[in-house]
Design a protein around this ligand. Sequence first.
Ligand code: MOS
Length: 716
Amino acid sequence: MEKVINLNMPSSSDGMSRIDGRLKVTGAAKYSAEYTVEGLTYGVLVGSTITNGTITSMDTKAAEHAPGVLAVVTHLNAPKVPGFQPDPSKPAPKKGPLKIFDDNKIVYNGQPIALVIADTYERALYGASLVKAQYNKEPHQTSLQESIGKGYPPHGDGLYKRGTEDAWKLAPFKVEQEYIVSTNTHNPMELHAIIARWDADDKLTVWDKTQGVKATQNDVARLFKIPVHNVQVNSKFVGGAFGSALRTWPHEVAAIVGAKVVKRPVKLVLSRADMFTSVGYRPYTWQKIAIGATADGKLTGITHEAYGQTSAYENFTEGTVRVSLNTYACPNVNTKYNLVSLNVGTPTWMRGPGEATGAFALESALDELSYDLKLDPIELRLRNYAEVDPESGKPYSSKFLNEAYQMGADHIGWKERKQEPGAVKKDGWFVGYGMGGGMFGAYRDGATVKATMMTDGRLILQTAVSDIGPGTGTAMVLIAAEKMGIPADKITFENGESDLPDAPMQGGSGTTSSVGSAVHDACAELKQKFQKLIGNGDTDNPDYVQVLKQHNLPLLEVTTKSNGGDERKNYSMNSWSVHFVRVLVNAATGVVKIDKVASVADSGHIVSPKTARSQVVGGAIGGIGMALMEESIIDHRYGRYINNNFADYHVPVNADIPQIDALFVNKPDPYINPMGAKGMAEIALIGMAAAVANAVYNASGKRVRELPITPDKVMA
Ligand code: MOS
């Protein structure tokens, strides 16, 4: 009997398994650090021990003479990276990416000051321990709280206004509160790693962890001033990234420079500690939000300001305050977004970038308002439900968030929730319910796919896109199987190499939409080619093998570029989520246990039920980490991270995670792409931290406005 898949709540056994699952669990999938390259050498980075200042001298002799060491690369001897050198025809930019080994300036603790290359990893590591530097130390600042007065707008005046400014002040019901999101560091299982090999003076191959092989290829070509097609970037498997591999980082440049110096390939794998200083993080952000409402719960004004940290050398910005512009219908909104420049590395996008931080404040503040109004938090949101985009005035391409509210409320047992905080106690634990919503733009970018039908009936799909773990290949195969009318196990998906057809980076929840459309269109075109050959456009699914044989063809192929049309001009396209959480809060210790989660996504048609479920479960777990555990802590006296390891930087483990119901409205978006599928990676996390905080309040009466919600804050 055929199994019926409940697309509204797929279980872990519903739908097709990952096409690369077996490769991954057997270790056959090769990650960047695992390639065997002839003549390979090993690089280890040495980080600065001061936080601000200059290097006055370096002692590399001992390292150079250590067994097996081939080179110690520093700013004193590194070959110049052409792309780092100022263009004399242009004014020197005030800010820009860190130029590794370009000069003696130190702007953050752990900044790479040397790369030791040896014939084995262990010898490189030992060599690195022998590198000594003398510094001229200058005062540093790593605390946003202490420097908030030095905030500055990254663009223009950093202000936004619609309607009346600070209208919330005139409302009969209002909340005004401050919220803090601590620094979160992406800690994917796979460490960032690169193998760099120069094949000629102007020709380079890298095996590199990246969310975009084409972007890395372009960056490297520009930095080393070599032709783009002379750079080959391979990233066939990526063991998670969450945004940390969305740009080219200094360690990648270091490995490429190092390979030039030793004239052999260099492998550089960041240590877990390096991950805290080398590949970005979700920035520590202080927010103040004020909301005004009428007695019947209509929002009259939102004022939202945010100060996010950035490095001394680059402005990293994200849409933290944007959530207040467009999540709910509210006539009067004004926001302010500022950065604070600190002696830290540059932050970067981390799952739900900006929105995840902003939604913690907005969804917490709304929860606070709901208690003032004595109104159910879902009801408060329904009373301010945006039927059109409140910012642009455009209709939504699709929005079924109201159905998502209902589905989640049913699954968590929302009717058991008591409006009175601290009202339910069982065996020494307070029991409480909370919810929080998320929203993220639903994007579609241009992408190209080559589809080839072989005489053995195999269909090969090729595109450069990275698959960092969400199951992109699986979704692409499912789209092709449906379009071609052939079984999925006849389809091969090849990706993650820069010589494959162009595809965007895997980011912003856009891959299924962008690359999936290209797969869809390529398959449609290929099928048409077959139909033309047999002179019958009516044959729904031709016998591809037979047609190839009849026409004596070894294969039939198409390369198809797919772009969205003008739909985006007319519609506001977004994905929505709502997260429901039941927590237990220990009355004696303040420990918070997640008891049950129901996360609902309004993300259009579900292409791949099993991997979609994993995406939503993973996002919820990331949100639980953000809510309860994750915090990269700097000892501000030294400006140095003190919990840069998995013992001290806590992420949720199996024992922390209860039953998570991943639910989908599963209604296609008619405008975004041929599949009707919208993204779900970001919304799977956005709003989750607030749902947990709101549940903690409902359980215990303790409102924690600074993440993570550790027991000391619950007890305070
Ligand atoms: Mo994601 S932050 O777009 O990798």
